[in-house]
Design a protein around this ligand. Structure first.
Ligand code: FAD
Length: 388
């Protein structure tokens, strides 16, 4: 039996030594290498290319890739820590790393054949960015109503259709693309394909001009008779819906991590500012009203972090986490919006201008309630589990 002494200090948020070292090294990198570029990348809506190479060198682009394939051989929880640490400085970089690890690599680790793992995992850990292409203009929340088709022709599949809103579209070298091979079978026709950039018939279309996470590219993908070998089917034919459901359940924990990182970043800026700014002859952090608002924000963030960490730990322990992932995403994205909004209020007029970093974080927070399943869809998931 575990003794009181053994469980003492093992709070959900207590990191193991290697987790703490990893988090600290990623945050220090973000502070040193990303922070000076944040405003310019937001204005130009583009991630600085030199930063991408550095992210690979840092080891955050293949966190869970086994060492035998050149990756970090770490846990899902480490991926979550990386996304949190990066998002504390720039949630656009947070989502780049999040999609890479919690969606694309995660799907490869679970569904790829040995041949596919050998072909793709070393590249993902070394220099190739991944993207995850499910949504279309006509199918967002109702993702399985997709219109993209894949027709079998001999040993190949021919993909035709358009994907919309695809994160990392501009930078990615490998795309997981969902298409229906048998529309009459409904969602049971959906199949996942591994499509490399440069395949004939595949082009990356327009890039969206967005409210927030502006440096992260969000693109349309166009498939015009794009031929993909049978060897690039990820998982089984007609089981793409399973690939999508399972990876997105885990991806939501990553979005939770992005949101708690963002909220922590907004709180960091606000604590600093309220201790510097003086009004009525005293620093504004000394006003009780301000102190209480900061205390409430810290409480909100702690609750969100507990939900995210618990969920990531459940996932690594192989325990069910469907409801918990929906709860962690909805709560952390709403908390991030509340905390970023308070950050603007407590910066006064300075909160409203681009010279200070908090207006960007407020814009960035909004996406947490939309992608990888809107808040309404998360509530549906939670209610369904409760009432079943
Ligand atoms: C910046 C950004 C990045 C993205 N990255 C990716 C990506 O990398 N890959 C990818 O595949 N997709 C991506 N998406 C797409 C994203 O997942 C979808 O936008 C999202 O799932 C919502 O779909 P929709 O935009 O079609 O909205 P809709 O589904 O049209 O929803 C509109 C509103 O209706 C509500 N609604 C819909 N159905 C129901 C229902 N049954 N019950 C109650 N309310 C409902 C929604 O909650 C929402 O409020 C991204 C989107 C953005 C904006």
């Amino acid at each position: 039996m575990t003794t009181k002494l053994e469980t003492a200090g093992r709070a959900l948020t207590t990191l193991a030594e290697d987790e703490q070292l990893f988090f600290d090294s990623v945050y220090q990198f973000a502070d040193r290498e990303i922070r000076p570029l944040v405003r310019e990348m937001d204005e130009h809506a583009k991630i600085a290319p030199e930063l991408i190479a550095k992210l690979f060198d840092l080891g955050v682009m293949g966190v869970e890739v086994p060492e035998s394939y050149g990756g970090g051989g770490a846990t899902f929880f480490h991926s979550v820590l990386a996304v949190e640490a990066l998002s504390r400085v720039d949630p656009s970089i947070g989502v780049l790393v999040d999609v890479q690890n919690t969606l694309v690599i995660n799907a490869l680790l679970r569904w790829a054949t040995e041949d596919q793992k050998r072909r793709f995992l070393p590249k993902m850990a070394a220099d190739t960015i991944g993207a995850y292409a499910l949504s279309e203009a006509g199918s967002g929340s109702d993702a399985f109503a997709m219109a993209t088709r894949a027709a079998q022709r001999g040993d190949e599949y021919v993909i035709t259709g358009r994907k919309l809103w695809i994160t990392n579209g501009n930078e990615a070298g490998l795309f997981i693309v969902f298409a229906n091979v048998n529309p009459e079978a409904g969602y049971r026709g959906i199949t996942a394909f591994l499509v490399e950039r440069g395949r004939a018939g595949f082009t990356v279309g327009k890039k969206e001009d967005k409210l927030g996470i502006r440096a992260s590219s969000t693109c349309e993908l166009i498939f015009e008779e794009c031929r993909v070998p049978r060897a690039n089917v990820l998982g089984e034919i007609g089981k793409g819906y399973k690939v999508a459901i399972e990876t997105l359940n885990e991806g939501r924990i990553g979005i939770g991590a992005q949101m708690i990182g963002l909220a922590q970043g907004a709180l960091d800026h606000t604590i600093r500012y309220t201790k510097e700014r003086k009004q009525f002859g005293q620093m504004i952090a000394d006003f009780q009203a301000v102190k209480h608002q900061l205390a409430r924000a810290a409480t909100d963030l702690e609750a969100a972090r507990l939900l995210v960490y618990n969920c990531a730990r459940l996932r690594d322990a192989g325990q069910p986490f469907l409801t918990e992932a929906a709860m962690c995403k909805i709560y952390s994205s709403e908390a991030a919006e509340r905390i970023a909004s308070l950050a603007i209020n407590l910066h006064g007029g300075n909160g409203f201008v681009k010279e200070y970093p908090v207006e960007k974080l407020y814009r960035d927070a909004k996406i947490g309630q939309i992608y990888e399943g809107t808040s309404n869809l998360q509530l549906e998931t939670i209610a369904k589990q409760m009432l079943s």
